[in-house]
Design a protein around this ligand. Structure first.
Ligand SMILES: C[S@@+](CC[C@H](N)C(=O)[O-])C[C@H]1O[C@@H](n2cnc3c(N)ncnc32)[C@H](O)[C@@H]1O
Length: 174
């Protein structure tokens, strides 16, 4: 596993613009990486938790916060949150060689594993915000959130040189 953290990039800033508008009591950042989004959530949420599958990355975070947990998705957490955010590894790849970016087949394999893990952690009436891309089968991902009982919609798109970033909001209605 690559042990350098993912430096805040276009996709980080894209979701950050929307996170800044959110506020509440509890928030969860899946795939915390450098901690940039976890720290940002701390400005408008009282209690924030960050998880990452890579222990070394969590240990050496640039934007340090409390309440960091090393696990897949939210496997180690039972608490429900007002907001869950994730800048997903979404690249379509045959194999998972880099956990930071590789999403597996159609770019949905790893995201679906993460969704399965975190669904239980979204409060009823709570929100899940995630970034994906035109390079992955994002429609399949949105359909999957619906299968889990969430109501998804595309909040924003951003054109980059070689792809379009897509920000999805999915509400847990019941
Ligand atoms: C694209 S980076 C995003 C980092 C940071 N949130 C940001 O926006 O700059 C994805 C992060 O997710 C982590 N990750 C990958 N698969 C994961 C999983 N199954 N559960 C938790 N974290 C995961 C990676 O280690 C990496 O730090």
């Amino acid at each position: 596993m690559r042990d350098e953290e993912y430096s805040p990039s276009e996709d980080t800033f894209f979701i950050a613009d929307y996170i800044e508008k959110e506020k509440g009591v509890s928030a969860l950042d899946i795939g915390s990486g450098s901690g940039y989004l976890t720290k940002l959530l701390g400005k408008t949420f009282t209690f924030v938790v960050g998880t990452d599958i890579n222990f070394v990355v969590l240990k050496n975070q640039t934007y340090r916060t409390e309440n960091l947990i090393c696990c897949n998705g939210a496997d180690a957490i039972t608490m429900e949150f007002d907001l869950v955010v994730c800048n997903l590894p979404y690249l379509a790849t045959d194999e998972i060689l880099d956990a930071v970016t590789d999403g597996g087949k159609e770019g949905v394999e790893i995201p679906i594993k993460i969704f399965d893990s975190i669904y239980k952690n979204i409060k009823i009436g709570g929100k899940f915000l995630f970034v994906t891309s035109s390079l992955s089968n994002y429609q399949k991902l949105m359909d999957y959130t619906q299968k889990l009982g969430l109501t998804p919609r595309i909040l924003a798109k951003k054109k980059l040189f070689f792809e379009e970033l897509i920000l999805v909001e999915a509400i847990r209605e019941k």
